[in-house]
Ligand binder design. Sequence first.
Ligand code: FNR
Length: 189
Amino acid sequence: TTFKVGYLIGSLAKDSINRKLAIALTRVAPEHLEFMEIPIKDLPLYSYDYDAAYPAVASAFKEAIAAVDAVLFVTPEYNRSIPGGLKNAIDWASRPYGKNSFTRKPSAVIGTSPGAIGTAVAQQQLRSVLSFCNSPQMNAPEAYIQFTPGLITNEGEVTNESTAKFLRDYMAEFHQFIIRVYTALPRDA
Ligand code: FNR
């Protein structure tokens, strides 16, 4: 079985190091995972005033999440938390009340920063948010990637073999986690 994985990049920056990491992850992942980016950058700021009629960009965003079997969050840490744009996207997906797109949707969290703790604090906060959104999360392995210049090329090639192996193992574990989630609970249940 092939599983579709939608990935959300927490950064809107053109030269985002987290985008490089996301591309690298798609390159080292098991072949039975199929990837698509679910973009967040064109979403307006969420308000429940939109609940009665979502704008097209937000409906498309929710449909994109509905269309995938699992979600991978690749996020920077901004001021020891997740970027506002990513939180905004999650808020859109979680609403209207009763139509939370993350319910029962398996997820995993990863991120990179030039700093030594490699987005650890942001990832913990993101895990809290995803818990509330009822997404079954891969608990381990955790992945805090310290970005050094040239570690990952724009094409997603990882230049350090031990990092490449770590990322390959991480994606292999995510694949196994997705299989376990859907073995316990069929996709159409
Ligand atoms: C940062 N940066 C940062 N890094 C970190 O490890 N912990 C932090 O709390 C912060 N805070 C922070 C706030 C803001 C507003 C910015 C713009 C940056 C540095 C950050 O890790 C660096 O800019 C990365 O390049 C961000 O990842 P992307 O956006 O390039 O994927």
